[in-house]
Design a protein around this ligand. Sequence first.
Ligand code: TAP
Length: 503
Amino acid sequence: MKIQTPTRAPRRPSTAPELLFGDLWDYDPAPETADPKLKARYDLFIGGEFVPPAGGKYFESVNPATEAKLAELALGGPDDVDRACRAAAAAFPAWSALPGRERGKYLYRIARLLQDRAREFAVAETLDNGKPIRETRDFDVPTCAAHFFYHAGWADKLEYVAPGRRMEPLGVVGQVIPWNFPLLMLSWKIAPALCLGNCVVIKPASNTSITALKLAEIFQDAGLPPGVVNVVSGPGSTGGALMAHPAVAKIAFTGSTEVGKVIMRSVAGSDKKMTMELGGKAANIVFDDAPLDQAVEGIVNGIFFNQGQVCCAGSRLLVHEPVARTVVSKLKARLRVLRVGDPMDKNTDVGAIVSRAQLDTIRGYLKAGVDEGAEMWQPPCRLPKKGFFMPPTIFTGVTQSHRIAREEIFGPVLSILTFRTVDEAIEKANNTEYGLSAGVWTDKGSRILRMSTELKAGVVWANTYNKFDPASPFGGYKESGFGREGGRHGLLDYGRLVEEGRP
Ligand code: TAP
Protein backbone atom coordinates (compact mmCIF):
# COMPACT_ATOMS: atom_id res chain seq x y z
CA MET A 1 0.00 0.00 0.00
CA LYS A 2 1.28 3.43 -0.87
CA ILE A 3 1.61 5.68 2.14
CA GLN A 4 0.76 9.30 1.43
CA THR A 5 2.93 11.89 3.07
CA PRO A 6 1.80 15.49 3.47
CA THR A 7 3.38 17.75 0.87
CA ARG A 8 3.17 20.91 2.98
CA ALA A 9 5.26 21.62 6.02
CA PRO A 10 3.19 21.38 9.20
CA ARG A 11 1.85 24.68 10.44
CA ARG A 12 3.61 26.25 13.35
CA PRO A 13 1.38 26.50 16.41
CA SER A 14 0.04 29.97 16.12
CA THR A 15 -0.56 32.04 19.21
CA ALA A 16 -1.01 35.63 18.28
CA PRO A 17 0.28 38.23 18.62
CA GLU A 18 3.89 37.03 18.69
CA LEU A 19 3.64 34.94 15.51
CA LEU A 20 1.82 37.49 13.47
CA PHE A 21 4.61 38.48 11.23
CA GLY A 22 6.46 36.95 8.35
CA ASP A 23 5.56 33.27 8.36
CA LEU A 24 6.87 33.29 4.81
CA TRP A 25 7.79 29.60 4.77
CA ASP A 26 4.14 28.83 5.49
CA TYR A 27 2.81 30.82 2.55
CA ASP A 28 -0.50 29.72 1.10
CA PRO A 29 -2.37 32.49 -0.69
CA ALA A 30 -5.82 30.89 -0.29
CA PRO A 31 -8.17 33.32 1.45
CA GLU A 32 -10.27 32.33 4.45
CA THR A 33 -13.59 30.98 3.19
CA ALA A 34 -15.70 30.32 6.32
CA ASP A 35 -19.18 31.84 6.04
CA PRO A 36 -19.58 34.80 8.43
CA LYS A 37 -23.37 34.35 8.28
CA LEU A 38 -24.08 38.05 8.11
CA LYS A 39 -27.63 39.31 7.99
CA ALA A 40 -28.57 42.06 5.56
CA ARG A 41 -29.98 44.10 8.46
CA TYR A 42 -29.29 44.12 12.22
CA ASP A 43 -31.82 45.47 14.69
CA LEU A 44 -31.19 46.55 18.27
CA PHE A 45 -31.01 43.87 20.97
CA ILE A 46 -33.27 44.97 23.81
CA GLY A 47 -35.02 42.84 26.43
CA GLY A 48 -33.75 39.62 24.87
CA GLU A 49 -35.15 40.36 21.40
CA PHE A 50 -34.06 42.03 18.20
CA VAL A 51 -36.23 45.12 17.79
CA PRO A 52 -36.30 47.95 15.23
CA PRO A 53 -35.10 51.39 16.36
CA ALA A 54 -37.77 53.85 17.53
CA GLY A 55 -36.81 56.30 14.78
CA GLY A 56 -36.94 53.61 12.07
CA LYS A 57 -33.53 54.62 10.68
CA TYR A 58 -30.59 52.39 9.70
CA PHE A 59 -26.99 53.10 8.73
CA GLU A 60 -24.44 51.16 6.69
CA SER A 61 -21.50 49.15 7.94
CA VAL A 62 -18.72 49.02 5.34
CA ASN A 63 -15.87 46.56 4.74
CA PRO A 64 -12.79 48.82 4.99
CA ALA A 65 -10.75 46.49 2.77
CA THR A 66 -13.17 46.74 -0.19
CA GLU A 67 -15.42 49.73 0.66
CA ALA A 68 -18.39 47.42 -0.02
CA LYS A 69 -21.51 47.57 2.17
CA LEU A 70 -21.65 44.68 4.64
CA ALA A 71 -24.98 45.22 6.39
CA GLU A 72 -27.47 47.80 7.62
CA LEU A 73 -27.45 48.55 11.34
CA ALA A 74 -30.20 50.06 13.44
CA LEU A 75 -29.59 53.67 14.32
CA GLY A 76 -30.48 53.72 18.00
CA GLY A 77 -31.31 57.05 19.65
CA PRO A 78 -32.17 58.32 23.14
CA ASP A 79 -35.59 56.60 23.11
CA ASP A 80 -33.93 53.27 22.40
CA VAL A 81 -31.34 53.88 25.10
CA ASP A 82 -34.21 54.55 27.51
CA ARG A 83 -35.97 51.34 26.47
CA ALA A 84 -32.74 49.36 26.92
CA CYS A 85 -32.01 50.88 30.34
CA ARG A 86 -35.54 50.06 31.51
CA ALA A 87 -35.13 46.47 30.29
CA ALA A 88 -31.81 46.20 32.15
CA ALA A 89 -33.30 47.70 35.34
CA ALA A 90 -36.22 45.26 35.16
CA ALA A 91 -33.86 42.30 34.78
CA PHE A 92 -31.54 43.38 37.60
CA PRO A 93 -33.41 42.13 40.73
CA ALA A 94 -33.67 38.51 39.51
CA TRP A 95 -30.22 38.43 37.89
CA SER A 96 -28.41 39.85 40.92
CA ALA A 97 -30.32 37.49 43.24
CA LEU A 98 -29.08 34.40 41.38
CA PRO A 99 -26.30 32.53 43.21
CA GLY A 100 -22.94 33.39 41.64
CA ARG A 101 -22.43 29.83 40.47
CA GLU A 102 -25.65 30.07 38.40
CA ARG A 103 -24.51 33.30 36.74
CA GLY A 104 -21.17 31.61 36.08
CA LYS A 105 -22.93 28.89 34.09
CA TYR A 106 -24.33 31.49 31.68
CA LEU A 107 -20.87 33.05 31.21
CA TYR A 108 -19.40 29.61 30.63
CA ARG A 109 -22.10 28.79 28.06
CA ILE A 110 -21.49 32.08 26.21
CA ALA A 111 -17.77 31.28 26.02
CA ARG A 112 -18.42 27.74 24.74
CA LEU A 113 -20.95 28.90 22.14
CA LEU A 114 -18.48 31.52 20.91
CA GLN A 115 -15.80 28.85 20.61
CA ASP A 116 -18.21 26.71 18.57
CA ARG A 117 -18.69 29.60 16.13
CA ALA A 118 -15.14 30.96 16.39
CA ARG A 119 -14.33 30.78 12.68
CA GLU A 120 -17.54 32.55 11.70
CA PHE A 121 -16.92 35.32 14.24
CA ALA A 122 -13.30 35.73 13.14
CA VAL A 123 -14.38 36.25 9.54
CA ALA A 124 -17.14 38.67 10.53
CA GLU A 125 -14.70 40.71 12.66
CA THR A 126 -12.13 40.85 9.86
CA LEU A 127 -14.73 41.92 7.28
CA ASP A 128 -16.10 44.62 9.57
CA ASN A 129 -12.86 45.97 11.00
CA GLY A 130 -10.18 45.25 8.36
CA LYS A 131 -7.79 43.50 10.75
CA PRO A 132 -5.99 40.40 9.39
CA ILE A 133 -7.85 37.11 9.70
CA ARG A 134 -4.83 35.65 11.48
CA GLU A 135 -5.33 38.16 14.30
CA THR A 136 -9.09 37.69 14.64
CA ARG A 137 -8.73 33.90 14.44
CA ASP A 138 -5.78 33.54 16.81
CA PHE A 139 -6.21 36.52 19.10
CA ASP A 140 -9.50 38.49 19.12
CA VAL A 141 -12.00 35.63 19.21
CA PRO A 142 -10.12 33.24 21.54
CA THR A 143 -9.22 36.06 23.92
CA CYS A 144 -12.84 37.22 23.96
CA ALA A 145 -13.92 33.67 24.91
CA ALA A 146 -11.12 33.54 27.50
CA HIS A 147 -12.57 36.61 29.27
CA PHE A 148 -15.97 34.92 29.58
CA PHE A 149 -14.33 31.70 30.83
CA TYR A 150 -12.19 33.62 33.33
CA HIS A 151 -15.16 35.46 34.80
CA ALA A 152 -17.27 32.29 34.83
CA GLY A 153 -14.56 30.99 37.16
CA TRP A 154 -14.85 33.97 39.50
CA ALA A 155 -18.64 33.92 39.76
CA ASP A 156 -18.81 31.40 42.63
CA LYS A 157 -15.76 32.80 44.42
CA LEU A 158 -16.78 36.42 44.82
CA GLU A 159 -16.03 36.39 48.55
CA TYR A 160 -12.34 36.31 47.57
CA VAL A 161 -12.50 39.50 45.47
CA ALA A 162 -12.08 41.51 48.67
CA PRO A 163 -11.65 39.07 51.58
CA GLY A 164 -13.54 40.13 54.71
CA ARG A 165 -15.89 42.29 52.69
CA ARG A 166 -18.84 41.54 50.46
CA MET A 167 -19.21 42.75 46.88
CA GLU A 168 -22.63 44.04 45.86
CA PRO A 169 -23.53 44.68 42.23
CA LEU A 170 -24.18 48.27 41.23
CA GLY A 171 -27.27 47.85 39.03
CA VAL A 172 -27.44 48.98 35.40
CA VAL A 173 -24.05 49.50 33.79
CA GLY A 174 -23.72 51.68 30.67
CA GLN A 175 -20.81 50.71 28.44
CA VAL A 176 -19.36 52.34 25.33
CA ILE A 177 -16.57 50.70 23.34
CA PRO A 178 -14.28 51.64 20.42
CA TRP A 179 -13.72 50.01 17.01
CA ASN A 180 -10.18 48.69 17.33
CA PHE A 181 -10.99 45.42 19.18
CA PRO A 182 -14.80 45.24 18.92
CA LEU A 183 -15.29 41.75 20.38
CA LEU A 184 -12.44 41.88 22.85
CA MET A 185 -13.42 45.25 24.33
CA LEU A 186 -16.98 43.98 24.62
CA SER A 187 -15.83 40.94 26.62
CA TRP A 188 -13.63 43.10 28.89
CA LYS A 189 -16.79 45.05 29.74
CA ILE A 190 -19.66 42.56 29.77
CA ALA A 191 -18.03 39.54 31.45
CA PRO A 192 -17.01 41.19 34.78
CA ALA A 193 -20.26 43.18 34.94
CA LEU A 194 -22.43 40.05 34.63
CA CYS A 195 -20.19 38.03 36.93
CA LEU A 196 -21.00 40.37 39.82
CA GLY A 197 -24.73 40.52 39.06
CA ASN A 198 -25.02 43.78 37.13
CA CYS A 199 -27.12 44.21 33.98
CA VAL A 200 -25.68 45.88 30.89
CA VAL A 201 -26.54 48.31 28.12
CA ILE A 202 -23.66 48.53 25.65
CA LYS A 203 -23.10 50.77 22.64
CA PRO A 204 -20.51 49.45 20.19
CA ALA A 205 -18.59 51.77 17.86
CA SER A 206 -20.65 52.68 14.80
CA ASN A 207 -17.88 51.49 12.44
CA THR A 208 -17.82 48.00 13.95
CA SER A 209 -21.10 46.94 15.57
CA ILE A 210 -21.73 43.70 13.70
CA THR A 211 -19.97 41.24 16.01
CA ALA A 212 -21.63 42.75 19.11
CA LEU A 213 -25.00 42.10 17.48
CA LYS A 214 -23.91 38.62 16.40
CA LEU A 215 -22.89 37.94 19.98
CA ALA A 216 -26.42 38.91 21.01
CA GLU A 217 -27.54 35.81 19.07
CA ILE A 218 -25.26 33.81 21.35
CA PHE A 219 -26.77 35.48 24.43
CA GLN A 220 -30.15 34.25 23.19
CA ASP A 221 -28.82 30.74 22.49
CA ALA A 222 -27.22 30.65 25.96
CA GLY A 223 -30.66 31.38 27.44
CA LEU A 224 -29.45 34.58 29.11
CA PRO A 225 -32.52 36.11 30.80
CA PRO A 226 -34.07 38.96 28.75
CA GLY A 227 -32.69 42.41 29.60
CA VAL A 228 -29.47 41.21 31.27
CA VAL A 229 -27.49 42.44 28.25
CA ASN A 230 -28.82 44.97 25.74
CA VAL A 231 -26.96 46.17 22.64
CA VAL A 232 -27.83 49.57 21.16
CA SER A 233 -25.98 50.45 17.96
CA GLY A 234 -25.82 54.08 16.88
CA PRO A 235 -23.64 57.19 16.71
CA GLY A 236 -21.62 58.92 19.44
CA SER A 237 -24.66 60.91 20.59
CA THR A 238 -26.38 57.60 21.44
CA GLY A 239 -23.36 56.78 23.62
CA GLY A 240 -23.79 60.21 25.25
CA ALA A 241 -27.46 59.50 26.00
CA LEU A 242 -26.48 56.17 27.57
CA MET A 243 -23.77 57.67 29.76
CA ALA A 244 -26.16 60.34 31.04
CA HIS A 245 -29.19 58.07 31.56
CA PRO A 246 -30.46 58.30 35.16
CA ALA A 247 -30.84 54.51 35.49
CA VAL A 248 -27.14 53.96 34.78
CA ALA A 249 -25.23 53.45 38.05
CA LYS A 250 -21.87 52.86 36.47
CA ILE A 251 -20.21 54.09 33.29
CA ALA A 252 -17.51 52.03 31.62
CA PHE A 253 -15.99 53.83 28.66
CA THR A 254 -13.17 52.84 26.34
CA GLY A 255 -12.20 55.30 23.65
CA SER A 256 -10.30 58.49 23.05
CA THR A 257 -9.21 60.81 25.85
CA GLU A 258 -11.11 63.62 24.12
CA VAL A 259 -14.47 61.82 24.26
CA GLY A 260 -13.68 60.50 27.75
CA LYS A 261 -13.40 64.10 28.96
CA VAL A 262 -16.68 65.06 27.27
CA ILE A 263 -18.41 62.20 29.11
CA MET A 264 -16.85 63.09 32.46
CA ARG A 265 -17.98 66.69 32.10
CA SER A 266 -21.49 65.58 31.11
CA VAL A 267 -22.00 63.48 34.25
CA ALA A 268 -20.09 65.69 36.71
CA GLY A 269 -22.00 65.99 39.96
CA SER A 270 -23.85 62.70 39.54
CA ASP A 271 -23.05 59.70 41.76
CA LYS A 272 -22.28 57.42 38.79
CA LYS A 273 -19.25 55.22 39.29
CA MET A 274 -16.82 55.43 36.36
CA THR A 275 -13.96 53.66 34.65
CA MET A 276 -12.18 55.30 31.74
CA GLU A 277 -9.86 53.38 29.40
CA LEU A 278 -8.44 56.08 27.14
CA GLY A 279 -5.62 56.80 24.74
CA GLY A 280 -1.89 56.10 24.88
CA LYS A 281 1.51 56.97 23.43
CA ALA A 282 3.68 54.18 24.76
CA ALA A 283 7.46 54.09 24.77
CA ASN A 284 9.08 50.84 23.67
CA ILE A 285 12.63 51.13 25.07
CA VAL A 286 15.55 49.13 23.65
CA PHE A 287 18.88 49.03 25.54
CA ASP A 288 22.20 48.09 23.96
CA ASP A 289 22.36 44.79 25.90
CA ALA A 290 18.98 43.60 24.57
CA PRO A 291 18.72 40.57 22.26
CA LEU A 292 18.32 42.81 19.21
CA ASP A 293 16.61 40.40 16.80
CA GLN A 294 14.03 39.59 19.46
CA ALA A 295 13.63 43.30 20.22
CA VAL A 296 13.02 44.06 16.54
CA GLU A 297 10.22 41.47 16.51
CA GLY A 298 8.83 43.16 19.62
CA ILE A 299 9.01 46.60 17.99
CA VAL A 300 7.19 45.30 14.88
CA ASN A 301 4.54 43.56 16.96
CA GLY A 302 4.28 46.62 19.23
CA ILE A 303 3.36 49.07 16.48
CA PHE A 304 2.07 47.07 13.49
CA PHE A 305 -0.24 44.61 15.28
CA ASN A 306 -3.80 45.64 14.32
CA GLN A 307 -2.33 48.30 11.96
CA GLY A 308 -1.14 50.20 15.05
CA GLN A 309 -4.75 50.90 16.03
CA VAL A 310 -4.02 49.80 19.57
CA CYS A 311 -4.33 51.96 22.68
CA CYS A 312 -1.15 50.44 24.14
CA ALA A 313 0.79 50.40 20.82
CA GLY A 314 4.53 50.96 21.20
CA SER A 315 4.33 54.03 18.98
CA ARG A 316 7.49 55.71 20.35
CA LEU A 317 10.65 53.67 19.98
CA LEU A 318 13.36 54.85 22.37
CA VAL A 319 16.60 53.21 21.31
CA HIS A 320 19.97 53.31 23.06
CA GLU A 321 22.40 55.35 20.96
CA PRO A 322 25.12 52.67 20.60
CA VAL A 323 22.68 50.31 18.85
CA ALA A 324 20.40 52.83 17.14
CA ARG A 325 21.82 52.37 13.62
CA THR A 326 21.77 48.59 13.90
CA VAL A 327 18.20 48.51 15.22
CA VAL A 328 16.90 50.84 12.51
CA SER A 329 18.60 48.85 9.77
CA LYS A 330 17.28 45.51 11.11
CA LEU A 331 13.84 47.09 11.44
CA LYS A 332 13.86 48.26 7.82
CA ALA A 333 14.88 44.79 6.65
CA ARG A 334 12.03 43.31 8.68
CA LEU A 335 9.44 45.78 7.31
CA ARG A 336 10.40 44.90 3.74
CA VAL A 337 8.92 41.40 4.25
CA LEU A 338 5.69 42.38 5.97
CA ARG A 339 2.68 41.58 3.83
CA VAL A 340 0.25 44.47 3.52
CA GLY A 341 -3.13 43.82 1.88
CA ASP A 342 -6.18 41.58 1.87
CA PRO A 343 -7.11 41.00 5.53
CA MET A 344 -8.87 37.76 4.56
CA ASP A 345 -5.58 36.21 3.42
CA LYS A 346 -4.12 34.32 6.34
CA ASN A 347 -0.60 35.43 5.36
CA THR A 348 -1.41 39.13 5.63
CA ASP A 349 0.45 40.96 8.40
CA VAL A 350 -0.96 44.46 7.98
CA GLY A 351 -4.62 44.73 6.96
CA ALA A 352 -6.91 47.69 6.30
CA ILE A 353 -7.34 50.84 8.38
CA VAL A 354 -10.83 50.89 9.88
CA SER A 355 -12.26 53.84 7.93
CA ARG A 356 -11.47 56.57 5.44
CA ALA A 357 -11.65 59.13 8.25
CA GLN A 358 -9.00 57.25 10.25
CA LEU A 359 -6.83 56.86 7.14
CA ASP A 360 -7.05 60.63 6.58
CA THR A 361 -6.06 61.26 10.21
CA ILE A 362 -2.99 59.04 9.81
CA ARG A 363 -2.05 60.75 6.53
CA GLY A 364 -2.32 64.08 8.33
CA TYR A 365 0.25 62.88 10.87
CA LEU A 366 2.63 61.72 8.12
CA LYS A 367 2.49 65.22 6.66
CA ALA A 368 3.01 66.79 10.09
CA GLY A 369 6.06 64.56 10.71
CA VAL A 370 7.65 65.56 7.39
CA ASP A 371 6.73 69.24 7.81
CA GLU A 372 8.31 69.31 11.27
CA GLY A 373 11.58 67.91 9.94
CA ALA A 374 11.54 64.18 10.73
CA GLU A 375 12.60 61.68 8.08
CA MET A 376 9.92 59.27 6.84
CA TRP A 377 10.59 55.76 5.49
CA GLN A 378 8.18 53.18 4.10
CA PRO A 379 9.05 49.80 2.59
CA PRO A 380 8.16 49.36 -1.08
CA CYS A 381 4.74 47.69 -1.23
CA ARG A 382 1.81 47.55 -3.62
CA LEU A 383 -1.42 48.52 -1.92
CA PRO A 384 -4.81 47.24 -3.09
CA LYS A 385 -6.60 49.72 -5.38
CA LYS A 386 -9.75 49.78 -3.25
CA GLY A 387 -9.97 50.01 0.51
CA PHE A 388 -8.21 51.99 3.23
CA PHE A 389 -4.59 50.88 3.33
CA MET A 390 -1.42 52.41 4.77
CA PRO A 391 2.08 50.93 4.49
CA PRO A 392 4.06 50.47 7.71
CA THR A 393 5.87 53.75 8.30
CA ILE A 394 8.82 54.77 10.44
CA PHE A 395 10.17 58.22 11.25
CA THR A 396 13.76 58.85 12.29
CA GLY A 397 15.23 62.16 13.43
CA VAL A 398 12.21 62.67 15.70
CA THR A 399 12.40 65.06 18.66
CA GLN A 400 10.15 65.14 21.70
CA SER A 401 8.42 68.29 20.53
CA HIS A 402 7.24 66.77 17.25
CA ARG A 403 3.52 66.06 17.07
CA ILE A 404 4.25 62.50 15.92
CA ALA A 405 6.11 61.98 19.22
CA ARG A 406 3.42 63.53 21.40
CA GLU A 407 0.00 62.70 19.93
CA GLU A 408 -1.73 59.37 19.55
CA ILE A 409 -1.73 58.59 15.81
CA PHE A 410 -3.58 55.25 16.04
CA GLY A 411 -2.03 53.87 12.88
CA PRO A 412 1.01 51.90 11.64
CA VAL A 413 3.45 54.75 12.28
CA LEU A 414 6.52 54.50 14.51
CA SER A 415 8.43 57.53 15.81
CA ILE A 416 12.06 56.72 16.65
CA LEU A 417 14.02 58.68 19.27
CA THR A 418 17.35 57.87 20.89
CA PHE A 419 18.77 58.11 24.45
CA ARG A 420 22.17 57.76 26.14
CA THR A 421 21.46 56.93 29.81
CA VAL A 422 18.84 55.07 31.81
CA ASP A 423 17.73 58.35 33.41
CA GLU A 424 17.26 59.93 30.00
CA ALA A 425 15.23 56.93 28.81
CA ILE A 426 12.91 57.18 31.83
CA GLU A 427 12.54 60.93 31.48
CA LYS A 428 11.70 60.71 27.78
CA ALA A 429 9.34 57.76 28.24
CA ASN A 430 7.42 59.64 30.95
CA ASN A 431 7.38 62.89 28.99
CA THR A 432 3.81 62.39 27.75
CA GLU A 433 0.35 63.20 28.98
CA TYR A 434 -0.51 59.50 28.59
CA GLY A 435 0.48 56.51 30.74
CA LEU A 436 -1.08 53.31 29.50
CA SER A 437 1.84 50.99 28.70
CA ALA A 438 5.56 50.67 28.01
CA GLY A 439 8.07 48.07 26.86
CA VAL A 440 11.64 47.48 28.06
CA TRP A 441 14.22 45.37 26.22
CA THR A 442 17.37 44.57 28.22
CA ASP A 443 19.35 41.67 29.56
CA LYS A 444 19.55 43.14 33.09
CA GLY A 445 16.88 42.13 35.62
CA SER A 446 17.80 45.04 37.93
CA ARG A 447 17.20 47.48 35.09
CA ILE A 448 13.81 45.93 34.36
CA LEU A 449 12.84 46.34 38.02
CA ARG A 450 13.95 49.97 38.09
CA MET A 451 12.21 50.80 34.82
CA SER A 452 8.96 49.12 35.82
CA THR A 453 8.98 51.12 39.07
CA GLU A 454 9.77 54.48 37.50
CA LEU A 455 7.80 54.32 34.26
CA LYS A 456 4.40 55.94 34.74
CA ALA A 457 2.46 53.33 32.80
CA GLY A 458 -0.31 50.95 33.80
CA VAL A 459 1.40 47.99 32.08
CA VAL A 460 5.15 47.54 31.58
CA TRP A 461 6.21 44.62 29.38
CA ALA A 462 9.78 43.33 29.71
CA ASN A 463 11.39 41.61 26.71
CA THR A 464 7.98 41.16 25.15
CA TYR A 465 5.11 43.36 24.00
CA ASN A 466 1.32 43.23 23.60
CA LYS A 467 0.81 40.28 25.92
CA PHE A 468 -2.70 40.08 27.39
CA ASP A 469 -4.31 37.77 29.89
CA PRO A 470 -7.77 37.97 31.47
CA ALA A 471 -6.15 37.53 34.90
CA SER A 472 -3.95 40.57 34.43
CA PRO A 473 -5.43 44.00 35.18
CA PHE A 474 -5.12 46.60 32.42
CA GLY A 475 -5.55 50.36 32.70
CA GLY A 476 -3.88 53.73 32.64
CA TYR A 477 -2.14 56.54 34.49
CA LYS A 478 -2.66 60.24 33.77
CA GLU A 479 -4.75 60.98 30.65
CA SER A 480 -4.90 57.28 29.75
CA GLY A 481 -7.72 56.94 32.24
CA PHE A 482 -8.54 55.35 35.57
CA GLY A 483 -9.90 52.07 36.86
CA ARG A 484 -8.73 48.64 35.77
CA GLU A 485 -10.16 45.93 33.52
CA GLY A 486 -9.25 42.26 33.97
CA GLY A 487 -8.17 40.29 36.99
CA ARG A 488 -9.41 40.79 40.55
CA HIS A 489 -8.90 44.56 40.26
CA GLY A 490 -11.28 44.71 37.31
CA LEU A 491 -14.03 43.11 39.39
CA LEU A 492 -13.57 45.68 42.15
CA ASP A 493 -14.69 48.35 39.67
CA TYR A 494 -18.03 46.62 39.05
CA GLY A 495 -19.28 46.40 42.62
CA ARG A 496 -19.78 48.15 45.91
CA LEU A 497 -17.75 46.86 48.86
CA VAL A 498 -19.79 46.20 51.99
CA GLU A 499 -18.27 45.27 55.37
CA GLU A 500 -19.39 41.79 56.49
CA GLY A 501 -22.16 42.03 59.04
CA ARG A 502 -23.15 45.56 57.98
CA PRO A 503 -25.97 46.55 55.64
P1 TAP B 1 -13.80 57.45 20.25
O1 TAP B 1 -13.98 58.32 19.07
O2 TAP B 1 -13.58 58.10 21.56
O3 TAP B 1 -15.09 56.52 20.29
C1 TAP B 1 -15.22 55.52 21.25
C2 TAP B 1 -16.69 55.22 21.44
O4 TAP B 1 -17.33 56.36 21.99
C3 TAP B 1 -17.44 54.90 20.16
O5 TAP B 1 -18.43 53.93 20.42
C4 TAP B 1 -18.07 56.24 19.83
O6 TAP B 1 -19.21 56.12 19.01
C5 TAP B 1 -18.46 56.72 21.20
N1 TAP B 1 -18.67 58.16 21.34
C6 TAP B 1 -18.28 59.16 20.52
N2 TAP B 1 -18.67 60.34 21.03
C7 TAP B 1 -19.31 60.08 22.19
C8 TAP B 1 -19.93 60.88 23.20
N3 TAP B 1 -19.96 62.22 23.11
N4 TAP B 1 -20.47 60.27 24.28
C9 TAP B 1 -20.43 58.93 24.40
N5 TAP B 1 -19.87 58.12 23.47
C10 TAP B 1 -19.30 58.69 22.40
O7 TAP B 1 -12.61 56.43 20.06
P2 TAP B 1 -12.35 55.49 18.83
O8 TAP B 1 -11.83 56.34 17.73
O9 TAP B 1 -13.50 54.60 18.59
O10 TAP B 1 -11.19 54.56 19.42
C11 TAP B 1 -9.90 54.94 19.48
C12 TAP B 1 -9.52 55.45 20.86
O11 TAP B 1 -9.85 54.47 21.84
C13 TAP B 1 -8.04 55.66 20.97
O12 TAP B 1 -7.81 56.89 21.62
C14 TAP B 1 -7.58 54.50 21.83
O13 TAP B 1 -6.39 54.73 22.52
C15 TAP B 1 -8.73 54.29 22.72
N6 TAP B 1 -8.71 52.92 23.26
C16 TAP B 1 -8.34 52.76 24.55
C17 TAP B 1 -8.28 51.48 25.07
C18 TAP B 1 -7.86 51.31 26.49
S1 TAP B 1 -8.11 49.87 27.15
N7 TAP B 1 -7.33 52.27 27.17
C19 TAP B 1 -8.59 50.38 24.29
C20 TAP B 1 -8.96 50.58 22.98
C21 TAP B 1 -9.02 51.89 22.47
P3 TAP B 1 -19.03 56.20 17.41
O14 TAP B 1 -18.19 55.04 17.03
O15 TAP B 1 -20.40 56.05 16.91
O16 TAP B 1 -18.37 57.52 17.12
